[in-house]
Design a protein around this ligand. Structure first.
Ligand code: CAA
Length: 260
């Protein structure tokens, strides 16, 4: 697939999606959003892929937000259309069947922070910076920031970031639970790959069902969510991986999972 703003590569069973507009700090215009979407649609067909890492090109930015130059002359309808495209892309990431890790290697602002929020796990480099500075521009977050940020870090921390537009560093992002951990910039990809290698060694169906149960359950009350978990737990027992995983444990050997 020929793309101008996104690089999609594979490292074993991990796909690495790099947003590649360093001249604009990887800001998201329509073309870039469409390319990210195409990339995730194509990856979903790749049965070898067990996890995805999303990162930004260069050493300065993950994604510095939606592209302000592109948005400045929007009218109501074009802004709504762009917002809907952003939501479509972030939903494709969020509902991607395998885990998606954001390797945040610099500024993750506005739409960039929102894209990271749609991922399952966030690692940050020491130079990473996070924020929802849309109020500085006279707008609100348009790609889910007002929704996913409070769900992840709680309303108090989210409200402060949303109302003030403050930009926080990686340590503060880690303290409030916005990122899992902070690593040196030159270790970020390796640390992300270590996580995806661990995931790739597990039962692929089980990992996918964990993601589905955890994500869908957040939208249900606890009793329904636990019932849903029981349903998916049952589904595991239709798989060869369950038979192999339990047999291997009892035979004191490493399981050989096939994803079936
Ligand atoms: N859109 C378009 N271009 C951007 C951009 C963005 N979000 N962020 C940075 N750039 C461009 C700059 O215009 C600049 O381009 P030129 O070299 O052509 O002038 C280039 O990237 C480098 O940026 P700076 O010179 O500004 O770099 P800096 O180190 O001085 O500052 C920064 C870095 C603090 C990230 C600053 O660029 C900045 O504040 N960027 C905007 C961040 C922002 O407001 N993001 C939210 C966007 S709105 C949004 O995302 C809405 C939504 O929810 C969907």
């Amino acid at each position: 697939m020929q793309m101008n703003n996104v690089i999609c590569e594979k490292d074993g069973k991990t796909a690495i999606v790099t947003i590649n507009r360093p001249q604009a700090l990887n800001a998201l215009n329509r073309e870039t959003l469409e390319e990210i979407l195409s990339c995730f649609i194509a990856l979903e067909q790749d049965t070898e892929v067990c996890a995805v890492i999303v990162t930004g090109a260069g050493e300065k930015a993950f994604i510095a937000g939606a592209d302000i130059a592109y948005m400045q002359d929007f009218d109501v309808l074009s802004a709504r259309k762009f917002g809907r495209l952003g939501h479509q892309v972030l939903q494709a990431i969020e509902s991607f069947p395998c885990p998606v890790i954001a390797a945040v290697n610099g500024f993750a602002l506005g739409g960039g922070c929102e894209l990271a929020l749609a991922c399952d796990i966030r690692l940050a480099s020491e130079n990473a910076k996070f924020g929802q500075p849309e109020v500085n521009l006279g707008v609100i977050p348009g790609f889910g920031g007002t929704q996913r940020l409070p769900r992840l870090v709680g309303t108090g921390h989210a409200n402060e970031l949303l109302f003030t537009g403050d930009i926080i560093d990686a340590d503060e992002a880690c303290r409030i639970g916005l990122v899992n951990r902070v690593v040196a910039l030159d270790q970020l990809l390796q640390e992300s790959l270590k996580i995806t290698a661990k995931i790739a060694a597990k039962g692929p169906l089980a990992v996918k069902l964990c993601k589905e149960a955890a994500q869908a359950g957040m939208e249900m009350d606890l009793a329904r969510a636990c019932q849903y978990e029981a349903d998916l737990f049952g589904v595991c027992f239709a798989s060869e991986d369950q038979k192999e995983g339990m047999k291997a444990f009892l035979e004191k050997r490493q399981a050989k999972f096939t994803g079936n």
